[in-house]
Write a protein that binds this ligand. Structure first.
Ligand code: NAD
Length: 471
C-alpha cells in the first residue's frame, strides 16, 4: 500500500489539492511506499502561525502539566510500538530489532523530558540589601526542527520532547524520504491531549521547506540534524536573522584499541558499524588498533563482519543517493590503496533488488585516505594501526569531525588520560553505556550545542534575569 502523506498544521491534515508530490521507493525492494506532498513557503508560514498562536497557552502551563502530556506521549508510543516500527522499517529499511530499539529510545525521550522538566529552575543572585535578582528559564517560542532520514522517529522525538517540555511549540520538517513516523508522532501528541498548533509538520524538500523554515522571521530557534554541508547553510541563514542553532552533524568517530583491551568486547563494539547498516552519525567507523593485537583483532572482526549477511543481519541503504555514495566509496578506497579484507561490493543475488551493500572492512588505512577522513555512512570499517599512546591520540584527533570517541584499555590511568585528550563531544571508555541522560553533540565540524540530557533542556530555553528593588 502506498501511503499518502500530507502536512499536519494546527491539528489538521492539509488537503493536498494541486500540490506537487514525490514518490518514495522503499530500500528493501525499491517498491513505492509513500507519496509525499511537497510543500512550500506558504505551508511553512501557516505552520509557524499556528505554532505562534498555540505558544502562549502552552508556555503558561505548569511544567508538571506539560510533563504529564509528554509522559502520555511516551506511553502511547510504547502501546502503538508495532505500528510505528512497521512503517519506519518500510521507509528506512532498518532491521525490525533495530527499530524496536529505536522506538524505545523515542519513548524514553518523552519520558525523560516529561519528568525532568519539573527540575528546571533558575538562580538567585546576591546584590546586597535593597535589590533582589533572580534568573528564570523561558521558552524561545517557535522552534524550527529539520531532521534527516537515518533515524526519523528518534531524531524527531529527541528535539521535540525537550523543546515541548521547555514550553516551546514546534514546526518539524522531516526528510522527504522518511516523513511517515514524524506525522504519526504529531498526531499521537494531539490524541493524548497536546493542543493543536503545538506540534506541526510540513513536508517537502530542504531547498523549499527547510530553507523557508530557516528564513521565517517568527522561528526563534533552529534545531538541525543532518550533514555538515546543510548544517553550514542552516547556520548561515540563522546568522542572518541572529537566531541560535543547535546543529547535530556528521562524524568519523575513532574506536581506539590498546593491546591490553578485552578483545571479545572490542569485537562487539567494532560490529556496531553494522547497526542501521552504518547509517548513524555516531558510528565508530575508524578502528585504530595497537600493533601487538592488530592482526588478531582484524581477523576476528573480519570473520564476524562476513556473517552480517545483507537482508538477514544487515539493513539496506535507506536512499538511492546513499546507496550510490557507498558504492562509490568502494572505488575510492581501492584507488587510495586501502586493503580490502571483507565485502566491498553492492549485494548480489536476491537482495540485489534492494539497496544493500556488503559489510566491509578495509585495513592499512592511512590518514591521507578518504575513507579515513570522510563520513561514508555505510557498514564500512576503516582499520588503521598505531604504536604508542601519543600516536593513537594524534590519529584519533586527525579529523575534521569530533562527535564520539571510544577507548579500550585495562589501564585506568591511560583510559582517563586518553579520554581527556580526545577531541570529541562524547568519549566512551571500555564500552560504557550511553543513554538519554548523557549529553550528546559534536566538537569541530560535528556540530554546535548538545542534545540529550538536562543540557538539552537548557538549550531549548533562554535565560532571563530580573532585578527587583526592595527599597
Ligand atoms: P542532509 O543534510 O542532506 O538533510 C537533512 C535535512 O535537511 C533533511 O530534512 C533535508 O531535506 C534538509 N535540508 C536539505 N537542504 C536544506 C537547506 N538548504 N535548508 C534547510 N534544510 C535543508 O542530511 P541527510 O543526508 O538527510 O542525513 C545524513 C546526515 O545526517 C549524516 O551526515 C549524519 O551524520 C547526520 N546525522 C547527524 C546526527 C547527529 O545527531 N549528530 C544524527 C543523524 C544524522
Amino acid at each position: 500500500m502506498v501511503r499518502d502523506l500530507d502536512h499536519w498544521i494546527d491539528g489538521k491534515t492539509v488537503p493536498r489539492g494541486t500540490q506537487p508530490a514525490m514518490t518514495v521507493h522503499g530500500p528493501v525492494d525499491r517498491r513505492s511506499v509513500a507519496s509525499v506532498a511537497l510543500g512550500g513557503a506558504s505551508h511553512v508560514a501557516d505552520a509557524v502561525a499556528a505554532a505562534r498562536g498555540a505558544g502562549p497557552d502552552w508556555a503558561d502551563r505548569a511544567p508538571v502539566e506539560r510533563g504529564r502530556l509528554l509522559l502520555a506521549v511516551s506511553s502511547a508510543l510504547r502501546e502503538r510500538a508495532e505500528e510505528f516500527v512497521e512503517v519506519e522499517v518500510e521507509e528506512t529499511g532498518k532491521l525490525v530489532s533495530e527499530m524496536r530499539g529505536g522506538l524505545g529510545v523515542a519513548a524514553d525521550y518523552f519520558e525523560y523530558y516529561g519528568g525532568v522538566v519539573r527540575a528546571l529552575f533558575g538562580e538567585t543572585i546576591g546584590l546586597g540589601s535593597g535589590d533582589h535578582a533572580f534568573t528564570t528559564r523561558e521558552p524561545y517560542g517557535v522552534v524550527g526542527m529539520i531532521t534527516p532520514w537515518n533515524g526519523p522517529l528518534t531524531q524527531a522525538a529527541r528535539g521535540m520532547a525537550a523543546a515541548l517540555a521547555a514550553g516551546n511549540t514546534v514546526v518539524v520538517k522531516p526528510s522527504e524520504f522518511t516523513s511517515s513516523t514524524t506525522l504519526m508522532l504529531a498526531r499521537l501528541c494531539e490524541e493524548v491531549g497536546v493542543p493543536p498548533g503545538v506540534v506541526n509538520v510540513v513536508l517537502g524538500t530542504g531547498a523549499e521547506v527547510g530553507a523557508a523554515l530557516v528564513d521565517h522571521p517568527d522561528v526563534r530557534l533552529l534545531a538541525f540534524t543532518g550533514s555538515v554541508t546543510t548544517g553550514r547553510a542552516v547556520a548561515e541563514g540563522a546568522a542572518r536573522r541572529l537566531v541560535p542553532t543547535i546543529l547535530e552533524l556528521g562524524g568519523k568517530s575513532a574506536n581506539v584499541v590498546f593491546a591490553d583491551a578485552d578483545l571479545d568486547r572490542v569485537v562487539e563494539s567494532a560490529l556496531t558499524i553494522c547497526v542501521g547498516a552504518g547509517q548513524q552519525c555516531a558510528a565508530l567507523s575508524r578502528l585504530l588498533v595497537q600493533h601487538e593485537v592488530h592482526d588478531e583483532l582484524l581477523d576476528r572482526v573480519a570473520a564476524a563482519m562476513r556473517e552480517r549477511v545483507p537482508g538477514e543481519r544487515l539493513a539496506p541503504m535507506t536512499t538511492e543517493g546513499q546507496f550510490e555514495k557507498v558504492v562509490e566509496y568502494f572505488d575510492v578506497a581501492a584507488r587510495d590503496g586501502a586493503r580490502l579484507v571483507v565485502g566491498g561490493r553492492a549485494a548480489s543475488g536476491e537482495t540485489a533488488a534492494g539497496r544493500y551493500v556488503e559489510a566491509t572492512v578495509y585495513a592499512d588505512v592511512t590518514p591521507q585516505m578518504r575513507i579515513f577522513r570522510e563520513e561514508v555512512f555505510g557498514p564500512v570499517l576503516a582499520v588503521s594501526r598505531f604504536g604508542t599512546e601519543d600516536e593513537a591520540v594524534a590519529m584519533a584527533n586527525d579529523s575534521d569531525f569530533g562527535l564520539v570517541a571510544s577507548v579500550w584499555t585495562r589501564d585506568s590511568g591511560r583510559a582517563l588520560r586518553v579520554a581527556s585528550r580526545m577531541e570529541a563531544g562524547q568519549v566512551i571508555v571500555n564500552g560504557g553505556r550511553t543513554g538519554i541522560e548523557t549529553p550528546f553533540g559534536g566538537y569541530k565540524s560535528s556540530g554546535l550545542g548538545r542534545e540529550k540530557g538536562f543540557e538539552s533542556l537548557l538549550h531549548y530555553t533562554q535565560l532571563k534575569t530580573t532585578v527587583v528593588s526592595t527599597r
